[in-house]
Design a protein. Sequence first.
Lengths: 278, 259
Amino acid sequence: MNSVTTLKRKPVDLEHATPIVEFRDVSIRFDDNQVLKNITFRVMRGETRIILGPAGVGKSVLMKLANGLMMPDSGDILVFAKSLSAMTEAEMYEMRAHVGMVFQESALFDSLDVEDNVAYRLNEEHVDPTETHDRVVEVLQFVELEKAIDKFPSELSGGMRRRVSIARAIINKPDLILYDSPTGGLDPITSTTIVELVVKQRDVTHTTSLLITHRLQDAFTLATHRYDPATGHMAKIPDNGIDDSTKFLVLHEGKVVFDGTTDELVHSEDPWLREYIS
Amino acid sequence: MNFFSPEAYAKRTVASVQEYSLLSGRAVANIFSGKRYAADIWTQMDSIGVGSLPIVILTGFFTGCVLALQAAVSLKEFGAVGMTGRLVALSMVKELGPVLTGLMVSGRNASGMASEIGSMKVSEQIDAMRALGTDPIRKLVTPRLVATVVMLFFLTIISDACGTAGGALVSVVLLRLNGSTFFHTAYMSLQHGDIVGGLVKPIFSGFIIATIGCFYGMTTKGGTQGVGRATTQAVVVSSVLIILCDFLVTQLMIGIFGR
C-alpha cells in the first residue's frame, strides 16, 4: 500500500485535535419507530471505533448517517469538521470521495467484474487506465485476492466478496473507512481473515475507521491484536496488551450506553453491559 | 387489525408525486449540467431502441394489417374501399403508431428499468454508488431518460411505416385493391399537423416510460417481492399515463392544427 501512486484527491487537512466524525444529539425515526435517540460521540484521527449492539438497534443506520446516505431528523453530524446538514449535494459527493465504505452485504456491482468494481471510483475520476489497473492489482494483493481480478461477484464466495468490497473502499486511500458488519454472515475462519485485513489496514495506514460488528470475539480480536509486517499476519499484542487506537461505542434501544476504551468496557459496572459482553 | 386510513393514503400519494417530480426534475436538469455518461446513453439506446425493434415492427405491421381488414369491411358498405389507405395511414400516424409503440416499449422497458434499478436498490448497490461519489440519478436515470425519448421517437416512425406497409400488403393481397391507389390516398390524406401530432406523442411517452420505470426502481422496498411489485406498478402506471397523455396531447394538437 505504501507504494501506491499519487491520486488527484488531496487528503483532508485537519488539526490533530479535530474529530474526524462527530455526532451531536442525533435522532432519527422511521414511521413510529424511534431508531436512534440523542446519539452523541466523537471519533478522533487514527481511531478505530467499534460499534456494538444487539441486532436492530440502529448500527447500520448510524453508519449511513455518518456517510450522508441518510439525514437525521434532529441533531448534527460533522464529518471532517463539516456539518452534513449544511452541505450541498455536490459537497456531499466531494466529502464521500474521502470516505471508503464496506457494506453489510458487500454491495458489489453485479454487472461489473472484480477489476471494474474495485476500480469504480478511479474510473469515475478518469484516472489513466494503466495506473488504475496497477492500483487495482495492488489493493487486490493487499486483500490477497489478485487471482480473482477477472471474476464476477456471482462467482465469488461471501468472504471473497467482502474482501473485494474492502479493496474497493481503500483503493483511493480514504481518510475515513466505514465497515458495516464486514464479518456478518461469514463463518468464523473467514471472519478472522476479514478481521485480519481490518487490523492490517488499521496498522499500516492508521486510517480512522468505524466498524460495526455483532461478534464480540471479532471486536476483542481487533482490540488485542496488531499487524506483524514480518510475518504478514496479525499477532496478539504481548503481555495482554490492548491497541490504544481501538475504542468502543455500544448502543442499546437506540441510545449510547457505552463510549470508551477496551479497558473501560471490560471493567464496566453497568449490569446490561456486563451481561452483553459476557 | 389495521384499518385503511384515507389521510395516510393521501399523504403517501402526495409524497410519492413530490418524490417523482423531484427525480424527474433532477434527471432533466442533469442533461444540461455537470458530468455526462455518454457511454451509458449509447448502451441504453442499444438496449431500449434496438432491443425493442422486433416487437415494435411486429406490432406495427399486424396493427396495419388488422386496420386494413376492418376498414375495408366498413368502407365497402359506403362504396369507399379505395379510401382504405387513407384510413390506415391516418390511424397509424396520428394514434395507433405512437400509442402502441409507447405501450409496447413501456411493457418491455419500464419493467426492465424498475427491476434492474430495484434490484440494485435492495442489494444496496445504489447506496454503494452514492458512497463511491456517484450520483445515481445522473448515472442511471438520465441516460435512460435521454435514450428512451430519442429511441421512442424513431421507433414510432418505424412502427408507422410498418403499419402502413402491413395495411398495404393486406389491401393488395387479400382485398385485391390497387397498391398505387392505397399509397396515393394514404400520402394525400396526411397533413403537417398529423405528422407533428404523431411525433410529439412519443416524446411525452418516452419521458413517462423512463421516469416512471426509474422512479419505481429507485423507491423499491422489501427485497425480491418489492422488486416484483415495483416492476408491475411501473408497467401499469406508465401504460395508464401514456394513454392519458395521448388524450391530452391529441386535444392540444386539435387545438393547434384544427384536426
